[in-house]
Unconditional design. Structure first.
Length: 152
Protein backbone atom coordinates (compact mmCIF):
# COMPACT_ATOMS: atom_id res chain seq x y z
CA UNK A 1 0.00 0.00 0.00
CA UNK A 2 1.49 3.35 -1.05
CA UNK A 3 1.60 6.24 1.37
CA UNK A 4 -0.65 9.02 0.14
CA UNK A 5 0.37 12.54 1.09
CA UNK A 6 -2.31 15.21 0.99
CA UNK A 7 -0.98 18.46 -0.46
CA UNK A 8 -2.43 21.60 1.09
CA UNK A 9 -3.24 24.67 -0.97
CA UNK A 10 -0.21 26.58 0.39
CA UNK A 11 2.26 23.89 -0.65
CA UNK A 12 0.58 23.53 -4.03
CA UNK A 13 0.74 27.30 -4.57
CA UNK A 14 4.49 27.34 -3.94
CA UNK A 15 4.93 24.51 -6.44
CA UNK A 16 2.77 26.29 -9.02
CA UNK A 17 4.54 29.61 -8.45
CA UNK A 18 7.71 28.15 -9.91
CA UNK A 19 6.41 25.53 -12.34
CA UNK A 20 3.68 27.65 -13.94
CA UNK A 21 5.71 30.84 -14.21
CA UNK A 22 6.37 32.20 -17.69
CA UNK A 23 9.99 32.76 -16.62
CA UNK A 24 10.57 29.04 -16.20
CA UNK A 25 12.41 27.17 -13.50
CA UNK A 26 15.83 27.65 -15.10
CA UNK A 27 15.61 31.46 -15.12
CA UNK A 28 14.17 31.64 -11.59
CA UNK A 29 16.95 29.36 -10.31
CA UNK A 30 19.62 31.49 -12.03
CA UNK A 31 18.32 34.69 -10.41
CA UNK A 32 18.25 32.98 -7.00
CA UNK A 33 21.79 31.69 -7.49
CA UNK A 34 20.92 28.02 -7.26
CA UNK A 35 20.71 25.12 -9.66
CA UNK A 36 17.45 24.30 -11.37
CA UNK A 37 17.35 20.92 -9.61
CA UNK A 38 17.76 22.47 -6.15
CA UNK A 39 14.87 24.84 -6.90
CA UNK A 40 12.72 21.97 -8.16
CA UNK A 41 13.51 20.01 -4.99
CA UNK A 42 12.67 22.98 -2.77
CA UNK A 43 9.20 23.41 -4.31
CA UNK A 44 8.48 19.67 -4.53
CA UNK A 45 5.42 19.09 -2.28
CA UNK A 46 6.66 15.59 -1.44
CA UNK A 47 10.08 16.76 -0.25
CA UNK A 48 9.70 17.47 3.45
CA UNK A 49 13.33 18.35 4.18
CA UNK A 50 14.45 20.93 1.63
CA UNK A 51 12.13 23.96 1.40
CA UNK A 52 12.39 27.54 0.21
CA UNK A 53 13.52 30.12 2.72
CA UNK A 54 11.29 33.13 3.34
CA UNK A 55 13.79 35.27 1.43
CA UNK A 56 13.76 32.92 -1.55
CA UNK A 57 9.96 32.84 -1.60
CA UNK A 58 9.83 36.62 -1.43
CA UNK A 59 12.38 36.93 -4.26
CA UNK A 60 10.40 34.54 -6.48
CA UNK A 61 7.17 36.44 -5.87
CA UNK A 62 8.89 39.75 -6.68
CA UNK A 63 10.53 38.26 -9.78
CA UNK A 64 7.37 36.66 -11.15
CA UNK A 65 4.94 39.33 -9.99
CA UNK A 66 2.75 36.51 -8.70
CA UNK A 67 1.46 37.15 -5.20
CA UNK A 68 -0.79 34.09 -4.97
CA UNK A 69 1.30 32.49 -2.18
CA UNK A 70 1.18 35.72 -0.19
CA UNK A 71 -2.61 35.90 -0.62
CA UNK A 72 -2.97 32.29 0.56
CA UNK A 73 -0.81 33.03 3.60
CA UNK A 74 -2.93 36.08 4.36
CA UNK A 75 -6.18 34.12 4.04
CA UNK A 76 -4.84 31.36 6.31
CA UNK A 77 -3.82 33.94 8.90
CA UNK A 78 -7.23 35.61 8.84
CA UNK A 79 -9.02 32.24 9.15
CA UNK A 80 -6.74 31.23 12.02
CA UNK A 81 -7.27 34.53 13.81
CA UNK A 82 -11.03 34.43 13.37
CA UNK A 83 -11.20 30.85 14.67
CA UNK A 84 -9.87 32.04 18.03
CA UNK A 85 -11.49 35.47 18.09
CA UNK A 86 -13.58 36.11 21.16
CA UNK A 87 -17.31 36.62 20.69
CA UNK A 88 -18.90 40.04 20.91
CA UNK A 89 -19.47 41.38 24.42
CA UNK A 90 -23.21 41.01 24.03
CA UNK A 91 -22.93 37.40 22.84
CA UNK A 92 -20.56 36.60 25.72
CA UNK A 93 -22.89 38.21 28.28
CA UNK A 94 -25.90 36.28 26.98
CA UNK A 95 -23.96 33.03 27.24
CA UNK A 96 -22.71 33.97 30.72
CA UNK A 97 -26.30 34.56 31.83
CA UNK A 98 -27.31 31.15 30.48
CA UNK A 99 -24.44 29.42 32.28
CA UNK A 100 -25.23 31.14 35.58
CA UNK A 101 -28.87 30.14 35.14
CA UNK A 102 -27.71 26.55 34.64
CA UNK A 103 -25.85 26.73 37.98
CA UNK A 104 -28.98 27.97 39.77
CA UNK A 105 -31.12 25.27 38.14
CA UNK A 106 -28.82 22.38 39.02
CA UNK A 107 -28.38 23.60 42.61
CA UNK A 108 -32.15 24.00 43.03
CA UNK A 109 -32.74 20.50 41.66
CA UNK A 110 -29.96 18.98 43.78
CA UNK A 111 -31.18 20.55 47.02
CA UNK A 112 -34.89 19.83 46.46
CA UNK A 113 -34.66 16.96 48.96
CA UNK A 114 -32.28 18.86 51.30
CA UNK A 115 -29.46 16.41 50.47
CA UNK A 116 -26.48 16.65 48.14
CA UNK A 117 -25.38 13.32 46.70
CA UNK A 118 -21.97 12.83 45.13
CA UNK A 119 -23.58 12.74 41.69
CA UNK A 120 -25.43 16.01 42.37
CA UNK A 121 -22.25 17.56 43.75
CA UNK A 122 -20.39 16.60 40.57
CA UNK A 123 -23.18 18.10 38.43
CA UNK A 124 -23.11 21.37 40.40
CA UNK A 125 -19.32 21.62 40.14
CA UNK A 126 -19.50 20.95 36.38
CA UNK A 127 -21.99 23.79 35.91
CA UNK A 128 -19.88 26.11 38.07
CA UNK A 129 -16.80 25.38 35.93
CA UNK A 130 -18.81 26.13 32.78
CA UNK A 131 -20.03 29.42 34.32
CA UNK A 132 -16.47 30.38 35.25
CA UNK A 133 -15.35 29.60 31.70
CA UNK A 134 -18.13 31.80 30.30
CA UNK A 135 -16.96 34.65 32.56
CA UNK A 136 -13.41 34.23 31.25
CA UNK A 137 -14.73 34.40 27.67
CA UNK A 138 -16.68 37.54 28.59
CA UNK A 139 -13.47 39.03 29.99
CA UNK A 140 -11.63 38.20 26.73
CA UNK A 141 -14.43 39.82 24.71
CA UNK A 142 -14.20 43.01 26.77
CA UNK A 143 -10.40 43.10 26.45
CA UNK A 144 -10.56 42.46 22.69
CA UNK A 145 -13.23 45.14 22.27
CA UNK A 146 -10.92 47.67 23.93
CA UNK A 147 -8.04 46.67 21.64
CA UNK A 148 -10.17 47.05 18.52
CA UNK A 149 -11.54 50.43 19.62
CA UNK A 150 -8.07 51.76 20.38
CA UNK A 151 -6.63 50.42 17.14
CA UNK A 152 -4.19 48.11 18.92
Amino acid sequence: MALEIKIDHFTQAIHDLVHKSELGTTRIAEVLGMSKQVLINKVNPYNVYNKLTVHELHAIQMLTGDDSVLRIMQADLVRSTMAYAPPSILEAMINRGKECGDVFAVVQKALADNRLTERERADVLKEIREAISSLEITEQAVIAHGNVACGE
